[in-house]
Write a protein that binds this ligand. Structure first.
Ligand SMILES: Cc1ncc(COP(=O)(O)O)c(C=O)c1O
Length: 458
């Protein structure tokens, strides 16, 4: 792999107490679990497990529970610690803010938000130039949709059926990957389109012979349903929570053309794909498609909550002159903006685009090696720091192996490897931080290998 001297923070932490297998829980840990059971509202995205490790600290790619057991964090926290847990430059930026200005009025400009807007304009492609900052990824997508509505005067918004854009009411309305039922009614005009899930094409087509039949069918339906008030299509460039599903080459370009033909804005949600994670600064660059609106979140703040909405001067000018307001109490907080500035410094100075490519290639080799040995791996996909495997009962029929994922994940967690399980248990998703070393990937692959064998043999 590449020499790490350009990286200031690789943190090959000695793995002396990896996993919890066979260990009894300390009294302190049991007490905390009891308090959680008693007082915590069970609202998590994933299954609530009061017996799971309780995290206390982290550095680089390793987190530690209250009993000092270590876990290789191939989920990067909730994907927000991709720069590595507690990166020293993020820590320094937070410390400096704590001594200058943590929070400020959102009616006045503060130094850090101006610097951040200018810095981001430098990083994205023209004509994107104008930014504003919010807290979560859901906020940013909701705001992007508001911009699209104000700009077009329409209200109809579509999103692919495996996309995830957040769990606020407005962003959940456009989240079709899961977590959609039981929260309605949703705003009028929200609609799903057929996602380019080539491993299981919903239209039983094969790429490239299909000539993007998914898009053509989707737009035929959208056109038929439209009340003539189209505003936008929002999509991830690679569907993370939906199961690490990557659109085929050319799909995004075709989507942009179809949006343009109808006066719809294209909103790209790069929460999980932007800022170097996939081996390019932004995923849209690989396709040569600049969106009308770009949203960023997750590791944008290096672990601190901040998101961005970035658009063109033309769009900004029209919606601003129409009096668009979108602001929260913590909009553009100087501390969050300072963390994001430090994060952009790390990403560019430490050449994390190259680092993601190298880690991605190394990890892919490991996953391909596992697929060669384990029949239940039906597909390996993704790139850079976002890769996954789809589990099947049979490679020919591709019957999803829903029960396998949680069992493999539990076994791995016990042995010190953390990752997430998606698509009702049939997809394992790996998001190792940029700090992950070869030896950590070797160890992770060894743990995964053991868990796959155990589940296969039952
Ligand atoms: C692609 C994408 N967009 C938006 C969100 C929502 O972000 P947040 O949880 O910060 O609201 C997520 C969260 O996982 C995401 O993966």
């Amino acid at each position: 792999m590449d020499s790490p001297e350009r990286i200031t923070f690789t943190q090959d932490v000695p793995l002396t107490r990896l996993g919890a297998a066979g260990d009894a829980r300390s009294a302190a840990s049991q007490r905390l679990a009891g308090l959680a059971r008693q007082f915590f509202f069970r609202n998590r995205l994933d299954r609530v497990d009061f017996d799971a490790p309780i995290l206390a600290r982290g550095t680089g790619s390793v987190v530690e529970d209250v009993d000092g057991r270590q876990y290789l964090d191939f989920n990067s926290g909730q994907m927000c610690a991709a720069l590595g847990h507690n990166h020293p430059r993020i820590v320094a930026a937070i410390r400096e803010s704590a001594q200058t200005l943590i929070h400020a009025s959102s009616s006045l400009f503060n130094v850090k938000e101006i610097e951040l807007a200018a810095r981001l304009a430098d990083l994205v492609d023209r004509p994107l130039q104008k930014s504003f900052f919010l807290s979560s990824g859901s906020d940013a997508n909701e705001a992007a949709i508001t911009v699209a509505k104000k700009y077009t005067g329409g209200y109809e918004v579509a999103s692919p059926h495996v996309s995830f854009h957040g769990l606020s009411d407005a962003s959940r309305a456009l989240t079709f990957a899961a977590w959609h039922r039981g929260y309605g009614p949703y705003p009028a005009g929200t609609c799903a389109i057929v996602a380019p899930y080539c491993y299981r094409c919903p239209l039983s087509q094969t790429f490239p012979k299909c000539e993007f039949a998914c898009l053509k069918t989707s737009f035929e339906l959208l056109d038929a349903q439209s009340a003539g008030a189209g505003a936008a299509v929002i999509t991830e460039p690679l569907y993370s929570a939906g199961g690490v599903i990557e659109p085929p080459p050319g799909w995004l370009r075709e989507l942009k053309l179809m949006c343009e033909a109808r006066g719809l804005l294209l909103v790209l949600d790069e929460a999980q794909t932007g800022l170097a994670k996939l081996g390019s600064m932004f995923a849209y660059q690989r396709e040569g498609v600049v969106p009308d609106i770009l949203t960023l979140s997750k590791h944008f703040g290096g672990g601190v909550e901040i998101s961005a909405v970035v658009t063109t001067p033309e769009i900004e000018d029209r919606v601003a002159s129409r009096g668009m307001v979108f602001s929260h109490s913590h909009t553009s907080d100087p501390m969050a903006c300072a963390a994001a500035l430090a994060s952009l410094d790390i990403i560019t100075r430490e050449r994390l685009v190259d680092r993601a490519t190298l880690i991605g290639l190394y990890w892919r080799q490991k996953l391909d090696g596992l697929a060669a040995r384990h029949e239940i791996i039906g597909d390996v996909r993704g790139r850079g720091l976002l890769q996954g495997i789809e589990l099947v009962r049979d490679r020919e029929t591709k019957e999803p192996f829903f029960d396998a994922g949680p069992r493999i994940a539990d076994r791995c967690l016990n042995r010190g490897l953390l990752f997430s399980v998606r698509r009702k248990g049939s997809v394992l998703r790996f998001v190792p931080p940029f700090t992950t070393t070869e030896s950590q990937m070797e160890k992770a692959a060894e743990i995964l290998d053991g868990a796959l064998s155990a589940v296969e043999s039952r």
